[in-house]
Design a protein around this ligand. Structure first.
Ligand code: GLN
Length: 453
C-alpha cells in the first residue's frame, strides 16, 4: 500500500486519481496485516485497489467526475465496493473518468483529462487512455494500483483496457449489483474490473459479483470459479468470427491482429467458425438513442436540492436551471438533449421504440449463434490504438462515438465481454481483442483470454 501511495504521488501528472485516500488506505492495510497475523486472511487481503468515481464510497467524495456532484459524500457504500472491502481489499482513492461515464477518451471529466502512460514510439505527444474508465485503465497500466473497479455501459471497460494494454471484463448484465453505482443508462450499466492479467481480472470479478436484494436486476446465478478457469484447456470450444465486424476501411493492423488471435486459439485447440450477426450495423445508432434516453431520465435527479452543487436563483425553477447549467458539462448536456428529444411524445415511436426493437434483434443474432453451438465470439476491441489528446474531441461527437462500434452490441445484448491485450501497432501502442460469451458464462472468456494475453 505504501509503495502504491508513493507511485500515485510520483505520477500525479497522469491525472488518474481525482481523490487520494492515503489515511483510509493505511488503516485498511493495517487491519489486513492484523488478519493475516491471526491467520484470518481473506480472498483479497491487503490488495490495494483504485475505485472509479462512479461507485459510492461512504464518507469519501463521489462525484462521477461532474461539477454537479461537487463535494458529494455518500452516507452509504456501493455493493460492489462493499464486497471488495469485505474480502480484505484496500482503497487507494477515487479514479478519474468521463463525466457521468459519458465518453470514450476521458476528456469530458470536470477534473480534466487523464493521460495514457503509453507513448507512440519516438514521440512524447500525450495520448488518451480511452474512456469512460480512463482513470482506472491508466492507473492499472502505470502501476498506480494493483487493480481497479470500472463500469461499462457501451464499452467503457473494454475500450480503455485495449488502449492501455490492460485486461478488462464487462460481465453479464445482472452479474454485479448496480446498487450504489451512479446510474448512466440503467439497462446497460455493468460494473467490472480492469487488471493487469486475465487471472487478476478473474480474481477481482469473483469478489465484485453478487446477487443483491437492493438491485432487482442482479441475477441469482452462482458465481463460478473464475480463477480456476484461467489456464483450463480451450480444446473443442467453438469460436465464432462474425463477418459483419469486418468493417469497410478497417485498418490492416486491426485485421492482422484479429487473424493472429484466430491463429492462437486454433493452435490451442479451439474450433473457428464463420458466423453472421446481421443487425450489427444498427447497434451503434440504436445505442446512442437508448443510452441518452435513459441518461436523461436518470440525470433528472440532479436538481440542486438533493446532491452536491446548488446555484441559487430567484425562485426554485431558476435555481434548477442555474444549477444544471453550471453543473453539467457539454457532453452530458448533449446526451440530455438527445434523450429528452427521442423520448418526447412526437418522436418516441420513431426513435426510442425502434431502437428498442433493434436491441431485441441484436440480442437474437447472438442467441442464434449460441444456439448453433458457438461458445464465444472473437472480434477486435477497438477500431484503432489510443489517439492523441484533443485529436478526436475536436473532430466531432459522432467520430468519438464510432470508437464504440465493436463494444456496444455486447451491452445491448447484455452479454459478457472481455478485452485482452493482443499485440502492438506500428507505433508500438497496445491493441486489444474482444471475446464475447454466452450469458453468465464468464469462465469461458477467462479460459480463452489467457490463450491470447
Ligand atoms: N463511449 C460510450 C458512451 O459515451 C460508452 C460509455 C460507457 O460505457 N460508460 O456512451
Amino acid at each position: 500500500t505504501k509503495a502504491y501511495l508513493a507511485s500515485m504521488e510520483a505520477a500525479r501528472a497522469l491525472n488518474a486519481y481525482i481523490v487520494e485516500t492515503p489515511e483510509q488506505a493505511l488503516s485498511m492495510a493495517a487491519a489486513s496485516d492484523e488478519r493475516i497475523a491471526k491467520g484470518e486472511a481473506r480472498a483479497l487481503e491487503g490488495v490495494p485497489l483504485g475505485i472509479k468515481d462512479l461507485f459510492a464510497t461512504e464518507g469519501v467524495h463521489t462525484q462521477a467526475a461532474s461539477h454537479i456532484l461537487d463535494k458529494f459524500k455518500p452516507s452509504y457504500e456501493s455493493t460492489v465496493t462493499a464486497n471488495l472491502w469485505n474480502d480484505g481489499a484496500v482503497m487507494l482513492g477515487k479514479l478519474n473518468m468521463d463525466e457521468f461515464a459519458m465518453g470514450s477518451s476521458n476528456e469530458t471529466s470536470y477534473y480534466g483529462p487523464v493521460v495514457n502512460p503509453w507513448r507512440k514510439e519516438g514521440s512524447n505527444a500525450p495520448l488518451v487512455p480511452g474512456g469512460s474508465s480512463g482513470g482506472s485503465a491508466a492507473a492499472v497500466a502505470a502501476r498506480l494500483c494493483a487493480g481497479a473497479t470500472a463500469t461499462d455501459t457501451g464499452g467503457s471497460i473494454r475500450q480503455p483496457a485495449a488502449f492501455t494494454g490492460t485486461v478488462g471484463i464487462k460481465p453479464t448484465y445482472g452479474r454485479c449489483s448496480r446498487w450504489g453505482t451512479v446510474a448512466f443508462a440503467s439497462s446497460l450499466d455493468q460494473a467490472g474490473p480492469i487488471a493487469r492479467t486475465v487471472r487478476d481480472a478473474a480474481i477481482l470479478l469473483k469478489s465484485m459479483a453478487s446477487v443483491d436484494a437492493k438491485d432487482t436486476t442482479s441475477v441469482d446465478v452462482p458465481v463460478g470459479d473464475y480463477e480456476g478457469a484461467v489456464g483450463q484447456s480451450v480444446k473443442g470450444l467453438r469460436i465464432g468470427i462474425p463477418r459483419e465486424y469486418r468493417l469497410d476501411g478497417m485498418s490492416a493492423e486491426i485485421e492482422a491482429l484479429w487473424q493472429q488471435g484466430i491463429a492462437w486459439l486454433k493452435e490451442a485447440g479451439a474450433e473457428i467458425v464463420d458466423i453472421s450477426l446481421p443487425h450489427t450495423k444498427y447497434a451503434l445508432p440504436a445505442y446512442y438513442i437508448v443510452a441518452p434516453a435513459e441518461a436523461s431520465s436518470n440525470l433528472a435527479r440532479y436538481d440542486g436540492v438533493r446532491y452536491g452543487l446548488r446555484v441559487p436563483g430567484e425562485d426554485i425553477a431558476a435555481m434548477y436551471e442555474n444549477t444544471r447549467s453550471a453543473g453539467f458539462g457539454h457532453e452530458v448536456k448533449r446526451r440530455i438533449l438527445i434523450g429528452t428529444y427521442v423520448l418526447s411524445a412526437g418522436y418516441y415511436d420513431a426513435y426510442y421504440v425502434r431502437a428498442q426493437k433493434i436491441r431485441t434483434l441484436i440480442k437474437r443474432d447472438f442467441d442464434l449463434a449460441f444456439a448453433a453451438g458457438v461458445d464465444a465470439v472473437l472480434t477486435p476491441a477497438t477500431p484503432s490504438a489510443a489517439f492523441g489528446l484533443e485529436e478526436m474531441a475536436v473532430a466531432s461527437p459522432v467520430e468519438m462515438y464510432l470508437n464504440d462500434v465493436f463494444t456496444v452490441t455486447v451491452n445491448m445484448a447484455g452479454l459478457p465481454g472481455l478485452a485482452v491485450p493482443a499485440g502492438l501497432d506500428k507505433a508500438k501502442l497496445p491493441l486489444g481483442l474482444q471475446l464475447i460469451g454466452r450469458p453468465f458464462e464468464e469462465e469461458t472468456l477467462f479460459r480463452l483470454g489467457q490463450v491470447i494475453e
